[in-house]
Write a protein that binds this ligand. Structure first.
Ligand code: PMV
Length: 351
């Protein structure tokens, strides 16, 4: 079978880390293992249109492509995608025979401060694998998803956790069989029902582009005085989460997840040069969440990624009361009153 021209389309979600990936080695190998909830509503849909331009494998070293984002041709997105194609080329030599058009859109507003690199790179990696499958029909399902996650990782580390599953582990961990630094795997042990429809309300504190990219942030972990202790802590937190996921122990869950979020920002605040991504409203929301938890006993907690926005996590049975709390007490801290209601999702989907 020779695909001359055609089109493949995938939808891939964003994810929110519970144990954070912060710091990497060569080739997007993480310095520590991480685990994330896959989201459902925040996602990217990508169509990869391809035309075969050569029979040989060696037409050019660079892949030719156009990018159309939300209906508009985007030159500014090209360098990131060009870098992605270049990185995956050693594993996907067949790409050189084709010319591409990458047509992409996000379900969430572009300038929401929500990183689209996880969902975007994951959707694109899955499209590449669908082309590979057309060229090599013997590709098995297991190989397909592993390699999709592997390729997504080369685009953006955390993207490898947006390929398959609701709770995803990336990075080798001694207690998690088949965990790998190369790709994400579905969390292999029991998960209590309470987590299966966990809610994530994302409070958009700052919708601007972040001042320090995650690439710069990861690099500042090289030579960071607390790096080794932090990497060990991530291993310990992941170990501690195994019984928490199994038993649905929300008290312990909250302690680990919030500590991870604050440690991530603590690493940023203590690097050289140091930087600060939280805003006054980030702290105001965190304090409100703590007050709410104290007085209502609802097991609601927060996490953060590399920015000022707050992800508020809680069980679905508390949804009504928490959304009232958002409307009455938290929207004032959100830029233009904006927030996004999301929850745990199941991973990518071929369209
Ligand atoms: O995938 P990157 O390189 O953008 O790094 C993401 C890092 C965090 O979002 C802060 C943590 C994580 O594990 O997702």
């Amino acid at each position: 079978t020779v695909a001359k021209s055609g089109s493949v389309c995938w939808e891939a979600p964003s994810n929110i880390a519970l144990v954070k990936y912060w710091g990497k080695k060569e080739n997007q190998i993480p310095a520590n293992p991480s685990v994330s909830f896959t989201l459902k509503n925040c996602k990217t849909t990508t169509t990869l249109n391809y035309v075969k331009v050569s029979e040989e494998n060696q037409i050019s070293e660079e892949i030719e492509f156009d990018v159309i984002f939300e209906g508009v041709k985007k030159e500014s997105f090209k360098p990131k995608i060009a870098a992605f194609f270049k990185r995956i080329l050693p594993y996907c030599a067949y790409l050189k025979q084709f010319k591409f058009e990458v047509v992409s859109e996000n379900s969430f507003p572009h300038s929401s401060g929500i990183a689209s690199s996880a969902s975007g790179m994951s959707a694109l990696a899955l499209c590449v694998m669908s082309l590979e499958k057309e060229l090599f029909p013997e590709v098995t399902e297991d190989y397909f998803y592993k390699k999709a996650s592997f390729l997504a990782r080369l685009g953006s580390g955390s993207a490898c956790r947006s390929v398959k599953g609701d709770l995803v582990v990336w990075g080798a961990h001694k207690e998690i069989p088949f965990s790998s630094d190369e790709y994400g795997i579905e969390y292999p042990f029991k998960i209590a029902d309470v987590f299966k429809d966990f809610q994530d309300t994302i409070l958009l504190v700052d919708k601007g582009k972040k001042k320090v990219s995650s690439t710069v942030g990861h690099n500042l972990m090289h030579g960071h005085p607390f790096a080794e202790a932090r990497f060990n802590q991530a291993h310990d937190h992941l170990s501690a989460l195994i019984p928490v996921f199994e038993q649905g122990d929300l008290g312990q869950f909250i302690k680990i997840v919030e500590r991870e979020a604050l440690t991530l920002h603590g690493m940023m605040m203590s690097s050289d040069p140091y930087f600060l991504l939280m805003k006054p409203n980030t702290l105001a929301i965190i304090n409100k969440i703590w007050e709410k938890r104290e007085e209502s006993k609802i097991p609601v907690c927060f996490t953060l990624d590399a920015g000022a926005n707050v992800h508020m996590l809680y069980p679905s049975k508390n949804k009504e009361e928490i959304l009232e709390f958002v409307k009455n007490e938290l929207v004032v801290y959100c830029e233009n009153g904006h927030y996004i209601c999301d929850e745990i999702g199941q991973g990518s989907k071929k369209l």
